[in-house]
Design a protein around this ligand. Structure first.
Ligand SMILES: Cc1cc2nc3c(=O)[nH]c(=O)nc-3n(C[C@H](O)[C@H](O)[C@H](O)COP(=O)(O)O)c2cc1C
Length: 362
């Protein structure tokens, strides 16, 4: 856990598939699962949210809830599943979560928050970390005192999102206020909010003095951002961004990964927003993006991505893209030309690309 760059939890995003995509380009990246309800774990301890890859480290599992004993039980389950650290969510602003005293609502109940951290800390051997915001609203910016409480209760590290609960995602993250938290604590503090580039990561660290930076939305459709930030912080080198075909190939891998892991219905459904994220910033992609939001299966995705590959990379780009599809098929034990026909298990890619120029997918 020496990394200065961290992909914090994102519900509906940082699942096993997303994390494996990030680890394809940055194997040692510090990451966390999506948040998991401590109460739900009582009923379903085998929750797939806590599925970890074979060698997936370093990895945190994030739990939320407000009952110290239930949280301690959840923490033990998470530890058994292989978490390297246990993160407690005290920053989620979503009403469904806060109205049950969970997430950021705990910033209004520091005594209860303290008891949760202490109880969880006593129940596991792995480090316990806490993620929170600047406070509930502007009148109650208690992040400094809250951070001091977390440290005193046994947290090994805190991540601070520079917004209040009331702000949700509006306005700018207040990095100056994160600096106050950093200055007050002895444990490592990770600053969080609005880092979308290596330069912004550097600026955030300069302004806050933080030990590391947590980058969430910036990774959507752009997993390359994480190693790019690390290289910039460590060596001042700005990586070339991936070319458009590389983006399309990664989008395809993400989609096939989701379908393989979650099944065709959920996998395709969840792929739609990831696919559109990968194509953001590609000139001329808007109409294709629109179609990607409506795909019915992997076939549709490959069709649209192939057309985009042709648009942005010409014949050569399309060939590169289709070769990646072909390799994926072979890796999965399928041979070109042999296809199950339902469009979910893989895609037949004709070797003769001229044959696919008008219609990419059979
Ligand atoms: C789709 C989405 C889901 C999120 N889910 C969680 C979550 O499960 N737990 C959590 O602590 N924060 C969650 N967050 C907040 C992020 O971890 C992060 O604090 C926030 O997005 C600000 O960082 P950013 O500006 O780098 O995106 C979520 C954010 C997004 C966009």
């Amino acid at each position: 856990m020496n990394s200065r760059v961290y992909v914090p939890p994102m519900a509906g995003v940082t699942d096993l598939v997303f994390r494996s995509i990030v680890r394809r380009i940055d194997p040692g990246c510090l990451m966390s699962t999506e948040m998991v309800s401590s109460r739900a774990l009582l009923a379903k301890p085998e929750s797939r949210i806590m599925d970890l890859g074979a060698d997936e480290h370093p990895i945190g599992i994030q739990i939320f809830g407000h009952e110290p004993d239930v949280m301690a039980h959840a923490a033990q389950l998470a530890e058994k599943r292989g978490a390297d650290f246990l993160d407690i969510n005290m920053g989620c602003p979503v009403p469904k979560i806060t109205k049950g005293k969970d997430g950021c609502a705990l910033m209004k109940e520091p005594d209860l928050a303290r008891e949760i951290i202490k109880t969880v800390k006593q129940s596991v051997k792995v480090p316990v970390t806490v993620k929170f915001r600047l406070g509930w609203d502007d009148e109650n910016r208690n992040a400094v005192e809250f951070g001091e409480m977390a440290e005193e209760a046994g947290a090994s590290l805190v991540t601070v999102h520079g917004r209040t609960r009331q702000q949700l995602y509006s306005g700018n993250a207040d990095w100056q206020h994160i600096a106050l938290v950093k200055a007050a604590l002895s444990i490592p503090v990770f600053g969080n909010g609005d880092v979308f580039s290596p330069e912004a990561a550097m600026r955030m660290l300069e302004i806050t003095g933080c030990d590391g930076v947590a980058v969430a939305r910036g990774t959507l459709g752009n997993p390359w951002l994480i190693p790019a930030i690390t290289r910039y912080l460590d060596r001042g080198i700005l990586d070339e961004p991936p070319d458009n075909i590389e983006r399309l190939i990664m989008a395809f891998w993400h989609c096939t990964g989701l379908i393989a892991y979650k099944g065709p219905r959920v996998g395709v459904n969840e792929s739609r927003r990831h696919l559109t994220n990968y194509t953001k910033g590609i000139s001329g992609a808007a109409p294709y993006r629109n179609r990607l939001t409506q795909i019915a299966g992997l076939k549709d995705a490959v069709q649209i991505l192939s057309e985009l590959a042709l648009l942005v990379g010409g014949k050569e780009g399309l060939t590169r893209f289709l070769l990646a599809v072909e390799q994926d098929n072979l890796k999965n034990g399928e041979h070109p030309g042999e296809r199950n026909g339902n469009g979910e298990g893989g895609i037949k890619t004709p070797v003769d690309i001229d044959a696919i120029l008008p219609v990419a997918i059979p």
